[in-house]
Structure formats: C-alpha cells, structure tokens
Write a protein that binds this ligand. Structure first.
Ligand code: CP
Length: 326
C-alpha cells in the first residue's frame, strides 16, 4: 500500500500510480463508512482549501466544500471573475500567493488549450498541492468517483468487464472531453476492457489515446475504438455515455456545433440499453441534457447509478485531500 501522498498534486489521472489510487479508494471507502455511522473525521483541522473556479459547477463545488467541512477544515469559494486575474494576476501569482494562504489549491479551468497549462503553471509556483477540479484534458476526481462506484456495483475483480465509453448527442454546448479522456486512461489499470465509441469528428487527443493504449497493453486489457453506438453497447457491463465537443477535429466552436447536429441519434435510450447485459449499469457525470443525450427512462431507471457517482465525488475528494494536505 502506497500511503505517502503528502504534498502531491493531482492534475492528470496517471499522476498517482495504480497502488496510490488503490490507497485513495481504501481511504474513501473508510470515510464513506464513517460518515454513515456518524464518526467524526477531523483529519484536516484548521486547514483551508482554495477553490478557484473559471467555469460553473454544481457537484464539484458542493462536494469539495462539504468534504473540507467533514474533515474539520474550510473551503474558500473563489470565482475567477471576482479576482484580479483579469487585471494581471498571473498563474505564478496565484501559485505563490495562494500557496502561502492556503493548504491546497483546487482549480477548475476547462478552456480548450488553456486550462491544463494554467493548472500546471500554478503548480510550478505553489508550495501546497494543486488539485484538478476539471481542466480541458482531465477530470481526475470524477474518474476516481466513477471507479469507486463501479467497484461498489460490480465488485473488486473487474477483469473482463466490458466498459463502454461513448459519445452522446447534446445540443446545449461543446462539453469538455476531459471525462472520456480520464476514463480511458484510468480504467484499463483496473482490468476493464474498454470500448470507446464516437462519430469520427469526436476523437480524443492523440497523446491521450497513445497513453491509454499503452496502459491497456501494460495491464493486458482490450481497447477498441468504433463509430457505432449500438455495436458498442452489445454485451456491455458498464455504459458510460456522455457528450463532448469536436475540439480535436476543429477548434472553431460554430463548426463544432454544426457537426454535433448530424448525430442526434446518438442518444442513450431504453432500446440501446437493452443491447447491454441485463445487469449493466448506466453512468453519467452530470449535468446531462435530458431526453436529448439520455432519456428520462434510462437516467431514472433501475440501471442508472448517477446519484451514487455524484455522492462518491465527495468521498474520493475527501480521501485525496486527507492524504495530500495533512
Ligand atoms: N460532474 C461534475 O463535475 O459536475 P459539476 O460540473 O456540476 O461540478
């Protein structure tokens, strides 16, 4: 068991080794049990987390804020527009200065081609851990919560389980591709066979695909890519279908929106779910475009585990904060 995570950043999914992720999960399960039995968990008494948001959030803000309170500390919500960042505060200033005020700096910055670079620049100058609340490349805490949820529903031996990571249609906006990228990087390490399905224009970043395929080879699991949602769903144990933008194909948002319109049939509905195994689970990080991206019947149906996923965000985040910020 790798327990020494004090002072570490979590920006990319592979920043923690498989053994370190296992430690995070063990601590998260313990924290979940303690919360259920009302046992106090004051591991971060008097510690303060800065939560710097460049983009909106429901779950991430709520779960980090509640998590810090459960650990006996405090989380400071900082909306970037209310800061002096627009007037000249650079990532160096944020890293140097917030690193002196706070015991951890959590950042959400999903702007394409900007967010991940920003987090890494802050981390370079920060003396305290930098935690990625989602950037343009990764969403590591979502992925850890997803892994915890899969273990709860499917057991610890996930070898030969078929996990489908599928693109889905959504008209609201070009969503970041960080969730599918985190999933294809992390899940092969835990034995699942990955099937990635998306229309041709929605490919993931080539460097992420290379790393994901390398992980799949290293851990001896399957890794298939296809452009057929129905075919992908066949015989699956885990369906994870969500929308993301066509940023790799075109950085032009208007062109991307035009492309999305071609694929409105990529909706997760009851007919497609019936192609998966009868005990398959349906996963989504939320928010979802209801009855566009996924039907109410699937989202609110017996196979859906979306609320457990959302809850587990809090437990894995508490675990990482307790391990890195204590
Ligand atoms: N899944 C997720 O990150 O949700 P929010 O965007 O609401 O934080």
């Amino acid at each position: 068991m790798q327990t020494y995570l004090r002072g570490r950043d979590l920006i990319g999914d592979l920043d923690f080794s498989k053994e370190e992720v296992e430690t995070v999960l063990e601590v998260a399960f313990d924290l979940k049990r303690k919360r259920a039995t009302n046992e106090p968990t004051p591991y971060l008494r008097d510690k303060v987390l800065a939560m710097l948001f460049f983009f909106s959030s429901t779950r991430t803000r709520g779960s980090f804020e509640a998590g810090m309170a459960h650990l006996g500390g405090h989380a400071a919500f900082i909306e970037s527009k209310t800061t002096q960042i627009a007037h000249g505060d650079t990532p160096k200033e944020i890293g140097e200065i917030f690193g002196r005020y706070f015991d951890g700096i959590a950042i959400r910055h999903v702007d394409w081609g900007v967010g991940n670079k920003y987090l890494n620049e802050v981390a370079k100058y920060s003396r305290v851990p930098v935690l990625n609340m989602q950037c343009d490349v990764y969403h590591p805490f979502q992925c850890l919560a997803d892994l915890m949820t899969i273990i709860e529903k499917k057991g610890r031996d996930l070898r030969r389980k078929k996990m489908v990571v599928s693109w889905a249609y959504a008209a609201s906006y070009q969503k970041p591709m960080s969730v599918p990228q985190s999933l294809v990087l992390q899940m092969p390490r835990f034995g699942m066979d990955i099937v990635l399905a998306h229309p041709p224009e929605f490919r993931l970043m080539p460097e992420i695909m290379e790393q994901a395929q390398e992980q799949a080879r290293k851990f001896g699991v399957g890794f298939e890519v296809m452009d057929d949602m129905e075919k992908a769903f066949q015989g699956a144990d885990i369906i994870y279908a969500k929308s993301w933008g066509a940023m790799v194909h075109t950085p032009d948002a208007e062109k991307g929106a035009e492309i999305i319109k071609k694929y409105s049939h990529w909706i997760t509905d009851e007919k497609k779910m019936a192609l998966a195994k009868p005990d398959a689970i349906y996963m989504h990080p939320l928010p979802a475009d209801r009855n566009i991206e996924v039907t109410d019947g699937v989202m609110d149906g017996l196979q859906s585990v979306v609320y457990d996923e959302a809850e587990n965000r809090m437990h894995v985040q508490e675990a990482v904060m307790a391990l890195t910020m204590s």
